[in-house]
Design a protein around this ligand. Structure first.
Ligand code: DGL
Length: 262
């Protein structure tokens, strides 16, 4: 149990992910909550989470949460679908006094579009195998044709800074060739790394197939929870962003700032 729990309005909000992926969520949160201070922790040393055991992901998620709580955050955003499915319930149970938000695949907004065809859910093997996602899928599968597409290897490319070009294009075409040229209702990006390769997906499927991710919904949920728990900062000037990573490498910090400013 962490001893430095902070519930002061002016404290920062902590975000974590297995690496640089959660920056896609942080980016939306900064737009929505410009007066908040943010601390981001990327666990690139232990990435990818998506091919580990649930127990390993749970342990790493607690280590990341403890690191951020040690920095005095007032709220925690699990900006990783894999960590959310493996650990969010245990985190909430362990830290009941902390506002904890987790991202999960944005299946509901995809279903609500009411488009005909298959809904492809791209995510890590852990996210797609866990009961959190399977319960979500069950609640919609009577009305929609949902196709889980595990993408081991994709987050690793993005961690290496490859967000466009031949290698990403080859990976995506290899993974998705059976869905090209058929009726696709939408594509759900169920891993926070994947919004960074959205441009490549558009070049494969065209701009008429909606590509949905949970970052906006998660940022809105964070704002709602801050309001509800009376935790919104009263600062009048813009907030700050600090980025930390478990890898001792300037390269990953530079990549993080580059992805955040895209
Ligand atoms: N960004 C993480 C997610 O949202 C997963 C990437 C990984 O496998 O580490 O699921």
């Amino acid at each position: 149990m962490n001893n430095f729990i902070n519930i002061n309005k002016d404290a920062p909000i902590g975000f974590f992910d297995s690496g640089v992926g959660g920056l896609s969520v942080l980016k939306e949160a900064i737009k929505l909550l410009p007066r908040e201070n943010f601390i981001y922790f990327g666990d690139s040393k232990n990435a990818p989470y998506g091919s580990k055991t649930v127990e390993e992901v749970r342990k790493l998620s607690f280590a990341a949460a403890d690191y951020l709580l040690g920095k005095g955050v007032k709220a925690l955003v699990v900006a990783c679908n894999t960590a959310t499915s493996a650990a969010i319930e245990d985190l909430r149970e362990t830290y009941p006094q902390i506002t904890i938000i987790g991202i999960e695949p944005a299946l509901k907004p995809a279903v609500e579009l009411g488009r005909k065809g298959k809904i492809l859910i791209m995510a890590t093997p852990v996210t797609l195998a866990e009961s959190k996602f399977n319960n979500l899928m069950k609640s919609f599968e009577k009305t929609s044709e949902i196709v889980p597409v595990p993408c081991p290897g994709l987050a690793e490319l993005i961690e290496a800074g490859k967000v466009e070009g031949k290698e990403v294009e080859f990976f995506l075409k290899d993974k998705l060739h059976q869905y090209m040229g058929i009726n696709i209702a939408s594509i759900v990006l169920g891993c926070t790394h994947y919004p960074f390769i959205k441009k490549e997906l558009v070049s494969i499927f065209g701009s008429t197939v909606p590509i949905i991710d949970g970052s906006c919904g998660t940022a809105k949920h964070l704002r709602r929870m801050l309001l509800q728990n009376d935790l919104m900062s009263e600062r009048t000037e813009s907030g700050s962003v600090q980025i930390f990573n478990s890898l001792d490498s300037q390269k990953i910090i530079d990549l993080s700032y580059r992805l955040l400013n895209l």
